[in-house]
Design a protein around this ligand. Structure first.
Ligand code: GLC
Length: 413
């Protein structure tokens, strides 16, 4: 089997973490398969791919294509849509890029192309040689992105199978695209040897430049890319609502990893908010951390206050595997594995007071933190191993490639 993976980002956010784990597991289980990655920029994804022994190539996105997207908040999305429209199928930059990609793909002659991210879904559809099966691995909701939806619809005929990371994303895709392509659900997997209960930890205070905390402090953290919908402000407002005397510290872990214009919030603005809310001594910013398992181990409580439905919620699965007590706004894909009060606490999206109440409950009750964490660990162990994910993808690839071979035989006879 020859597979080429296409990534729309050279950075490592959730979608790329899953891609890396998938490639690592496939490479390990099927060493005779030829696997290549094509990424649009040098950087962590390319380095980490090479480190697992998979060939990685950079075909650089032109700057305009790298910044382009319609994932900004609706209030700011208008002019982005215009740009995206201009960059539609006929733009010379897109045309040149698709031609370069096609050259690489023709040279490799893959049985199957696995495209990660909306931009690569479109470019992959344009560049895929006719004999290669094409999989779109869909990590986000497209319903809320009007132009991307239209473009995906236009290219859906070339896609043989879309794989969604949750049932919520699958339902959104079916509504957005109609009956074609077929949509399958494969839940994300994580590395259950790295994300374990207890293990290496880091000094979050030192990283964030805070003085050492008193020994009884309870650490509460939000781990996310700086996307505008991840609920950073809800988290800060919740911390400000807690009585000052409580021994609690908050941590904002992660930074702006993607370059899509206006899709990310500014950490500088969040720091101002921290000062305005009088939280300067109680909240730390670590910035992007290349390895978040030790950071999760250092936290007592992990919050996930996304203000929009979360497509899957990789960090929730990772925190579960680390047996952390999680508080989540619980909508979208997360709702498919969170059982309120059993493996996590849930508050309404955007409800800072509800989040503050849940944090206060867990501060007071280490026993509850332990019970939630243990139930969460069992959920992650039974559902989110990356081996299960890789096996599901491998079965799907084989079925698609065999179906393609049968079609070709039928056409010849
Ligand atoms: C995207 C989604 C996130 C998901 C990740 C991996 O980043 O927004 O919910 O966990 O992809 O599939």
């Amino acid at each position: 089997m020859k597979i080429v993976f296409l990534s729309q980002s050279g950075a490592i956010g959730g979608a790329e973490r899953v891609l890396l784990d998938l490639m690592a597991e496939l490479h390990q289980c099927y060493p005779h398969w030829a696997i290549d990655l094509i990424a649009p920029a040098a950087g962590p994804l390319v380095e980490d791919t090479r480190a697992i022994g998979v060939a990685a190539h950079v075909v650089e996105f032109p700057a305009a294509l790298a910044r382009l997207g319609d994932s900004a908040p609706a209030s700011r999305a208008g002019h982005l849509l215009l740009q995206l429209g201009r960059l539609g199928a006929s733009s010379p930059a897109v045309h040149r890029y698709a031609n370069r990609l096609n050259g690489m793909l023709v040279a490799r002659d893959p049985d199957l192309i696995h495209a990660n991210g909306f931009k690569m879904h479109l470019l992959g559809a344009r560049a895929a040689p006719p004999r290669s099966a094409l999989v779109w691995h869909v990590h986000d909701f497209v319903g809320a992105r009007p132009l991307m939806r239209r473009l995906l619809r236009a290219y859906a005929g070339r896609c043989d199978m879309a794989v969604a990371n949750s049932r919520a994303v699958a339902a959104d895709l079916r509504t957005a695209l109609g009956p074609s392509p077929r949509v399958a659900v494969i839940y994300n997997g994580i590395d259950l040897e790295r994300f374990v209960a207890g293990g290496d930890t880091v000094d979050l205070d030192a990283i964030a430049g805070l003085p050492a905390a008193p020994p009884d402090v309870v650490r509460v953290g939000l781990v996310a890319t700086a996307a505008h919908w991840k609920g950073h402000r809800v988290f800060l407002r919740a911390l400000a609502l807690l009585p000052r005397a409580l021994p609690v510290r908050g941590y904002v872990i992660g930074g702006a990893v993607y370059h899509t214009r206006q899709s990310q919030i500014s950490l500088a603005a969040l720091r101002q908010e921290v000062t305005r809310l009088g939280l300067a001594e109680r909240v730390g910013f670590t910035g992007f951390l290349p390895d978040i398992a030790p950071a999760l181990h250092a936290l007592d409580i992990v919050v996930h206050p996304s203000i929009q439905p979360e497509p899957f919620g990789l960090v929730v699965a990772e925190a579960f595997a680390c047996a952390r007590a999680v508080i989540t706004s619980g909508s979208g894909g997360v709702a498919e594995f969170v059982e309120p009060e059993r493996n996590a606490l849930v508050h309404r999206p955007g409800d800072a007071a509800g989040l503050a109440r849940a944090i206060a409950r867990l501060l007071d009750d280490p026993g509850l933190r332990g019970r939630l964490g243990e139930a969460a660990r069992i959920t992650a162990a039974s559902r989110f191993g990356r081996q299960r994910m890789a096996e599901e993808f491998a079965a799907l690839y084989r079925a698609m490639v065999n179906a393609g071979a049968n079609d070709a035989a039928a056409a010849r006879s």
